[in-house]
Design a protein around this ligand. Sequence first.
Ligand code: AMP
Length: 399
Amino acid sequence: MASFKTLDDLSDLSGKRVLVRVDLNVPVNAEGKVTDKTRIERVAPTILELSKKGAKVILLAHFGRPKGAPVADMSLALIAPAVEEVLGAKVATSADCIGEAAASAVAAMKDGDILLLENTRFHKGEEKNDPEFTKALAANGDIFVNDAFSAAHRAHASTEGLAHLLPAYAGRTMQAELEALEKGLGQPARPVVAIVGGAKVSTKIDLLMNLVKKVDALVIGGGMANTFLAARGTNVGKSLCEHDLAATAKQIMVEAAGAGCAIVLPVDGVIAREFKAGAENEVVDIEAIPADAMVLDVGPKSIEAVNDWISKAETLVWNGPLGAFEIAPFDTATVAVAKHAAEETKAGKLVSVAGGGDTVSALNHAGVADDFTYISTAGGAFLEWMEGKELPGVTVLQR
Ligand code: AMP
């Protein structure tokens, strides 16, 4: 991985205006209250470190999808109290992120102060990475720090453009994420095992194609395993299955064989006739799925096989649950494998990196989220990284 500058390269920041791109796109309830402060907690160390180093810390963020014009309930002023609570520090706000409102708010700052500028997406120039808008943002800063890995797959003014105009640094969360990803697929210790689960192959074709070239074994679970099983001739009954993707599944298996990557498919499954909690269920051999049943989780022999791979591996990357984990008992395989990976990680035998939407909630559900080497909450950016795509907000920091 090309190197990038971090906060270690910034010491005394007295008098310096530091524009910090953060992810404050937090969930709020009907009363406008923040219901999950995880994202704020993730960027707090960067903000507090810069403030302690004497910087005027000016936060840039988007919130929701206002499509280039102000929308009252997408104002970052609504989020400011939650940011203050997490930081334990006063956070000023401003009615705009550029122009007179922003300039006067910045001019009023003292060293160490924190200011949250208004939603960058209230301007069309943000998502267009418009040079004039980027210049207007840069006018309020001497230094740019990007701590929003989760927005790094977009080349927007506040995630990419600014790094061309100001000296650019990775914040602590960005740094941690990039270092973890490097360990996961950049320069991983081998053997590397990937687990890909979840509902459908169609949403993860690029990801599967990239992984077979990079990992030693690819475990395919969840609903998407059925598409692979059906492609090789297994009868999957009423299971979720994309029969029209049989050719794609076969191609992925051919690519894997060519690259020396073992494809690990379920050898047994937990079947039910209804998709609901506590539905009557049983374990069957994968070649004995009744025509009127669906597979909702991988079975015990499959769990053992996956755990054997994890025991042999030095590195694990994981996206997507092995079964319909939201409904008991179809969370069994996901929980068992997550616990085994957590044990191996705690014993210092495994580097485990996981991420992407449902994976985070599945690992939280298994109670092991703190025991993995790194869990990315970045969603789209994490998936694009797993797909081997370039992330513009990262590339520009590595120039
Ligand atoms: P994804 O967002 O693609 O990672 O998919 C996650 C979803 O896949 C979860 O909601 C799971 O319930 C679902 N899923 C996993 N395994 C199965 C399965 N065997 N049958 C149906 N849905 C599944």
